[in-house]
Design a protein. Structure first.
Length: 364
């Protein structure tokens, strides 16, 4: 094993550097992961451009897939894995001792942290997946993954987990329910997969004119309606498709699009649920009518992250091979091009993209 790992380090707003970081020794109750692939997420872009605060410098990347390079005996016993095993790693790590950890798996741990947003100065430094290696503390949560799966597909556990968490578990979506998914990004499209898996009777997806390639994938994944909001009114289309009633559930995954929230309220049926998952960067929502929310007796929920149960469902769905996940993957970049990878996912590069990953060059 080398003494140093190559990593993409965010040193300031919109600024990345490639650095060599010391690789730590492993103790009794922790481990070291050799990164095979790391998914690039919209949250990485929000941290990169400063919409969400993070401490500089740091190594981004909170969707790691890799091989156990070294592991202590206690960690091996607790996680049930050994050197050489392939694992997916949950984005948050926990302390395992506080009230939140002891009472429920999905309660945020105030003493834990999140991979990809922990400062480089906190030892041992390798807290992000945009690197050749990543440190796994005792509170990490890992899931064994089949080594036969292509890395760019196996690493989709996080966006697919978000699909199950946001579109199904947060909404209570049941067989026969209808759902509109606003935004055809990787999490919106994974929500199509989750909704179909849960038995939804109608799945509608909205996107911009520039998202036509994503809307085409939505159709391939089983969406009944793929609506270009630049050419037609999404509320009218959804209401027409439901006989004027609206859908049982609306999931808004659109980043920065405040108009989508008001549209979600207008297209949900009486007694339905609207789930908000797309951050708006602090923008105000002048078009949102609280009167309509009250009159519809609608439930409005915010979601962030992936629930444990949804993460497990995503891992099972990937292993099942039932879904054409290859249609989602569009780009792979080396560590040295991490900034380009983030800009490609966001659309800044001008390249049509859906699922983007960092694939480190093999370490010695």
């Amino acid at each position: 094993m080398p003494e140093k790992a190559i990593a993409a380090v965010m040193v300031g707003l919109n600024t990345m550097e490639t650095r060599e970081i010391d690789i730590p020794a492993v103790g009794e109750d922790d481990a070291l992961l050799r990164i095979e692939a790391a998914g690039v997420c919209g949250t990485d872009y929000e941290w990169f451009r400063g919409d969400l605060p993070v401490p500089y410098p740091l190594i981004l990347g909170h969707e790691p897939l890799g091989l156990i390079e070294a592991i202590g005996p206690e960690a091996s016993r607790r996680w049930g894995v050994a050197v050489g095993d392939r694992v997916a790693v949950r984005s948050a790590y926990r302390c395992g001792r506080c009230e939140a950890c002891l009472e429920g798996r999905d309660r945020p741990c105030p003493s834990g942290g999140r991979f990809g947003s922990t400062a480089l100065e906190r030892r041992p430094g390798l807290w992000g997946a945009f690197a050749q290696f990543m440190y796994l503390p005792p509170g990490a949560v890992v899931y064994p993954m089949d080594e036969a799966l292509p890395a760019e597909l196996a690493v989709m556990f996080n966006p697919l987990g978000a699909g199950f968490s946001w579109a199904v578990e947060a909404t209570g979506l049941e067989p026969g329910n209808s759902i509109a998914i606003l935004g055809p990004g990787q999490r919106g499209l994974c929500s199509v997969i989750a909704a179909r898996d849960a038995g939804a009777s109608l799945v509608a997806v909205t996107g911009l004119g520039s998202d036509e390639h994503k809307l085409a994938v939505a159709r391939d994944l089983g969406a009944d309606l793929a609506i270009n909001v630049d050419g037609e009114d999404p509320v009218e289309r959804v209401m027409d498709a439901t006989g004027g009633e609206g859908v049982d559930v609306v999931l808004d995954t659109t980043p920065y699009a405040v108009r989508a929230v008001a549209q979600a309220v207008r297209m949900v049926k009486v007694g339905g649920t609207v789930v908000l998952a797309g951050l708006k960067g602090g923008r105000s929502m002048a078009d949102l009518s609280s009167d309509e929310i009250i009159q519809k007796q609608a439930t409005i929920k915010g979601v962030r992250g992936v629930a444990f149960g949804a993460f497990e469902r995503a891992v099972k769905a990937i292993h099942s091979g039932r879904h054409p996940l290859h249609k989602l993957h569009t780009h792979s970049f080396p560590i040295e091009a991490a900034e380009q990878a983030i800009k490609t996912l966001s659309g800044e590069s001008g390249q049509p993209s859906i699922h983007v990953v960092i694939v480190p060059r093999p370490a010695p």
